[in-house]
Write a protein that binds this ligand. Structure first.
Ligand code: ATP
Ligand code: HSE
Length: 311
């Protein structure tokens, strides 16, 4: 029997919640925007990789995070005295690497979820999320859950900083459209983290805390204007936008064209714009496709936030 898992792309940070806030995304036209992992019982472990971005991954299976997920999962099974067997894994790599769409997170979530189902669900959601965070930390240099959590659980997730529950789900504003545009260049998450300062001025910390608190309140009261008003990035964007050709022009255009908010998705280069109307979102996606994309790998999509994550 084959177990197949699809894990959606995600927007880390959502501008105002560096490392603590993330949202799953799903194109409105039904295009799959997420990685898929298949698991089958086998005589020996193997990993095969295909899909539009497979060629961008290191060749050897030992360097793929999906292999590390398998090793980590089996170690945990052995630790808890659970029976194991080798598996054949297939990764369909649909998300570009270093895109800001939570590409490694999507592979990690699809792999660990599929393995958990295949082995009869030995781990709880919270236990699996811990594993997902550790795997993400191996790649980006420090543990952050703002891509793995929404990709796994769906919706908008806030990291609690507690062991359990690791995350809290926030109500989304369901009428919003989220335009995402990947420019086609690669930005390494660990490098985009390294360029940030070790500390921020007190005033910046106060703005960060106020915005995050107000945003959570606005989502709970469904106050769209208030939620959008605090979606600005005082932590990462001032440093990271220099890595993103055309970022300022794209922001100016989208805000003039009616976007409620505009920012960097995760560590970039993908940008996102929040719109109230589908037609507005479609024309913004078309403008970004013409003006923000740098090469043939780029794309844009009009998305919603799905209430469910991995499936
Ligand atoms: N299955 C995988 N998916 C994505 N990256 C992988 C995978 N396996 C190994 N890697 C490696 O992990 C690194 C991922 O880099 P990085 O964290 O910058 O990208 P990302 O996870 O795609 O970022 P983002 O969250 O911005 O989409 C690359 O060096 C890539 O080769
Ligand atoms: N919170 C992470 C997301 C990476 O996609 C960062 O901004 O580095």
């Amino acid at each position: 029997m084959t177990t197949i898992a699809y894990a959606p792309a995600s927007i880390g940070n959502i501008s105002l919640g560096y490392d603590v806030l993330g949202a799953a995304i799903e194109p409105v036209d039904g295009t799959p925007l997420g990685d898929v992992v298949e698991v089958q019982q086998a005589e020996a472990f193997s990993l095969s990789v295909d899909g539009p971005f497979a060629h961008k991954l290191p060749r050897h299976e030992n360097t793929n995070i999906v292999t590390h997920c398998y090793e980590h999962f089996i170690e945990a099974m052995v630790k808890y005295g659970q029976p194991t067997h080798p598996v054949a894994l297939t990764l369909h790599k649909n998300l570009p690497i270093g895109s800001g769409l939570g590409s490694s997170a999507s592979s990690i979530v699809a792999a660990l979820h599929a393995l958990n189902i295949h082995f009869g669900q030995p781990f709880t959601k919270n236990e699996l999320l811990h594993m997902m965070g550790e795997m993400e930390g191996q790649i980006s240099g420090s543990i952050h859950y703002d891509n793995v959590a929404p990709s796994y659980l769906g919706g908008i997730t806030l990291m609690t900083g507690q062991q359990a529950p690791l995350t809290a789900s926030l109500p989304a504003i369901n009428s919003w459209y989220w335009v995402v545009c990947y420019s086609g260049i690669t930005v390494s998450t660990s490098q985009a983290r390294d360029i940030l300062p070790d500390s921020v001025p007190l005033a910046t910390g106060l703005t960060f805390g106020r915005q995050l608190g107000v945003f959570v309140h606005a989502l709970h009261t469904q106050d769209e204007a208030l939620a959008a008003a605090v979606m600005t990035d005082v932590i990462a964007e001032p440093y990271r936008k220099s890595l993103l050709p055309g970022f300022d022009e794209a922001r100016i255009h989208c805000l003039r064209a009616g976007a409620l908010a505009f920012g960097i998705s995760g560590s970039g280069p993908t940008v996102f714009a929040v719109c109230q109307k589908l037609e507005e979102a479609r024309s913004m996606a078309a403008w970004l496709e013409t003006n923000y994309i740098q090469n043939d790998d780029g794309f844009s999509h009009v998305c919603r936030i799905p209430s469910k994550g991995v499936k």
